[in-house]
Design a protein around this ligand. Structure first.
Ligand code: FES
Length: 134
C-alpha cells in the first residue's frame, strides 16, 4: 500500500511545522524501533484552551503528516478534549496508511499526551511556588 494523497500533501506542506514561542506544554516522544522522534508544542491559555500547536518531527513522511494533523485537531480544544484526540481521528483525516506506518499516527497521539503532561507538571510547579511565596 502506498501513502494517500493527504499524507503526501501534509508531508510536503505541513501547516504546523516548527517551534512555538511561549509554548507551555512541550511533549517529546519517540519510537525505539524506527528511531523517529516527535516534539509537540502547545500554547495553552488561562482557561485551559489550546490556542496554538506546532511540531518538530524527525522521522518518516507518515510521522510528519500525523503530527501536523494532530496539531490541527487540538487547536481550539480544551486540554481535556485534546487528550481525547486519537490516532484513529488522525487516520480518518489522512486516509489509509500502510500497516507498518500506523504506529506513526500513534506517536502523534502520544505526543499530545506528553505535551499536556508537561503542561500540568509546569502548572503544579507554579502553584507550589505561589504557595511558598505566601
Ligand atoms: S516509521 Fe516510525 S514514526 Fe514513522
Amino acid at each position: 500500500m502506498q501513502y494517500s494523497q493527504q499524507v503526501i500533501d501534509r508531508f510536503k506542506n505541513p501547516k504546523n511545522a516548527g517551534g512555538l514561542r511561549g509554548a507551555n506544554g512541550i511533549g517529546k516522544v519517540g519510537n525505539a524501533k524506527c528511531g523517529d522522534i516527535m516534539k509537540m508544542y502547545l500554547l495553552i491559555d488561562e482557561n485551559e484552551v489550546v490556542k496554538d500547536a506546532r511540531f518538530k518531527t524527525f522521522g518518516c513522511c507518515a510521522a510528519i503528516a500525523s503530527t501536523d494533523v494532530a496539531c490541527d485537531l487540538v487547536k481550539g480544544k480544551s486540554v481535556e478534549e485534546a487528550l481525547k484526540v486519537t490516532n484513529k481521528q488522525v487516520l480518518a483525516i489522512l486516509g489509509e496508511m500502510p500497516a507498518n506506518k500506523i504506529h506513526c499516527s500513534v506517536l502523534a497521539e502520544e505526543s499530545i499526551h506528553s505535551a499536556v503532561e508537561d503542561y500540568y507538571k509546569k502548572k503544579e510547579k507554579e502553584s507550589k511556588k505561589a504557595v511558598k511565596a505566601d
